[in-house]
Design a protein around this ligand. Sequence first.
Ligand SMILES: Cc1ncc(COP(=O)(O)O)c(C=O)c1O
Length: 309
Amino acid sequence: MAQANSQHPQWAYFEGKIVPIGDAKISIMSQVINYGIGAFGGVRAYWNQDQQQLYVFRIDEHVRRFLNSGKLFNAQYAFTAAEIRNAIIELLRREGYREDAYIRPLIYNATEDITPRMYDVDFRFACFTKPLGNYISLQVRACTSSWRRVDDNIIPARGKVTGAYVNSALAKSEAHWNGFDEAVVLNQDGHVSEGSAMNLYIVRDGKLITSSVSDNILEGITRKTVLQLAHEVGIETVERSIDRTELYVADEVLFCGTGAQVAAVIEIDHRKVGDGVMGPVGAKLQASYFDVVRGKNPHHLDWLTPVYA
Ligand SMILES: Cc1ncc(COP(=O)(O)O)c(C=O)c1O
């Protein structure tokens, strides 16, 4: 096993092979740089100290969604799901991580031409990894953003489209500048979409409620996982539009995502959520999620791909 580097990755997958990360360079003339025409994925690998193993969480789901993001562009690929999967595992092995890590696959429009377009262009695949602990705190103070979520008929939130993350950055930065940890972003119709880079749940009367897939959300893999885990422990789940003021009267508000994991929103727009700490439903789901991703739940080992032999 290679020596782990806890600071900066050493390797990237670029133009069909693994190269030193400094050699993975994209032209400033490329359409991804000029117009944000690209898409990405975000995958996590969790270190299990007892088993001395690194587990990639739901890799096939992530690869499928990543390729679906490319479908939005009608991208003609020269790469396959197997290549992406292998690149992820091989990169993690090369880095030799013995800590939690994040994996970032990218599809990018490498064409050097002025007309922003998706036809007659060259879409390529690249990938890098990096060590990552908690992306946000597991208890956050949030505000509703004055920015509205990108709409499906503007830039589809269903894909992780590179340029669309300006919307996330605007919402996150506004929240930060106003002294909050995170933002809740509303749709044009005023319903709750999601956080800047995470899906949202509320708990009301013991039911776990999350915005529906037609509310301009990213169809989160953690969202799907948490819905299933809730179901398994007997918590009723509902997928429907959420009003802004439901956030104020909810018993619990949660964020979930590959980065965010399962985090409690303990304050929203200066109003305390529940008792102002992680509530019982959130605590149960968070514990269950961490057990699963670290390989401590024998019923969900099929969601994990071990990196080391
Ligand atoms: C906008 C947005 N919503 C939701 C999520 C959560 O999705 P997932 O659980 O698949 O990471 C992400 C994370 O990548 C995101 O960027």
